[in-house]
Design a protein around this ligand. Structure first.
Ligand code: MD6
Ligand code: FE
Length: 205
């Protein structure tokens, strides 16, 4: 398995999940979404909806609305607890992060053909010592990453179905985002679109 360190602490494993593992993970995501449907997060200042729709697995879920960005233990619309992590997700977390504590939050991002995610830092967690692990399913995405300031130079890579990406160590607060997805680049779902799962520790060790 290829392991590429793109910057200190920013590690990419192209094709970490083989096709059967992608199919199992997709089925687990679809099951979770029956329990915790995709919602449209909103920008805190403007109330503008994101183009990406979201849900979560695990004890805590990331949400965004006029009250701000935060983690909470329940779905913003149904008010129910988030579904449990699938075993495969926990296995990928332990294998790739080496972290003994399990993830607490598993954000599910859904990108339709037109969705994108602006350059941001993952900094709503109370603990920045733990890395953030992402798993991608479906269409390829153009992922851009830079440094700890918005003005630092950026590079981009194409994240394909089954790829894993870790943001930790000296890159834990690097800016990153999704410029666009490339509809029709994967046969996994039989429709254009992309799921990305990001797994995180939230509370202090
Ligand atoms: C995405 N990913 O791939 C968006 N964040 O759709 C992220 O925002 C991200 O891939 C933290 C760590 C890894 C990521
Ligand atoms: Fe992020």
């Amino acid at each position: 398995m290829q392991r590429l360190e793109l910057a200190p602490g920013l590690i990419w494993w192209p094709g970490h999940l083989d096709r059967p593992a992608q199919e199992r993970l997709l089925a687990a995501v679809e099951r979770a979404l029956e329990e915790a449907p995709l919602f449209s997060p909103r920008m805190p200042r403007t109330g503008q909806p994101f183009s990406v729709r979201m849900s979560n697995f695990g004890p805590l879920g990331w949400v965004a609305d006029e009250a701000g960005y935060r983690y909470q233990p329940f779905h913003p619309d149904t008010r129910r607890s988030w579904p449990d992590f699938p075993a495969d997700v926990l296995e990928a977390w332990h294998a790739l992060t080496g972290w003994t504590a399990p993830p607490e939050a598993g954000l599910i991002n859904w990108y339709g053909p037109e969705a994108r995610m602006g350059l941001h830092q993952d900094r709503d967690e109370q603990d920045f010592t733990a890395p953030v692990l992402s798993l991608s399913l479906g269409d390829t995405a153009v992922f851009r990453f830079g440094g700890d300031t918005r003005r630092a130079p950026t590079r981009s890579i194409r994240l394909a179905s089954g790829d894993a990406l870790l943001i930790g160590g000296d890159s834990r607060l690097a800016f990153h985002g999704i410029d666009r997805i490339l509809p029709g680049t994967s046969t996994l779902m039989g429709q254009p679109g992309r799921f990305n799962l990001t797994l995180r520790r939230v509370t202090p060790p």
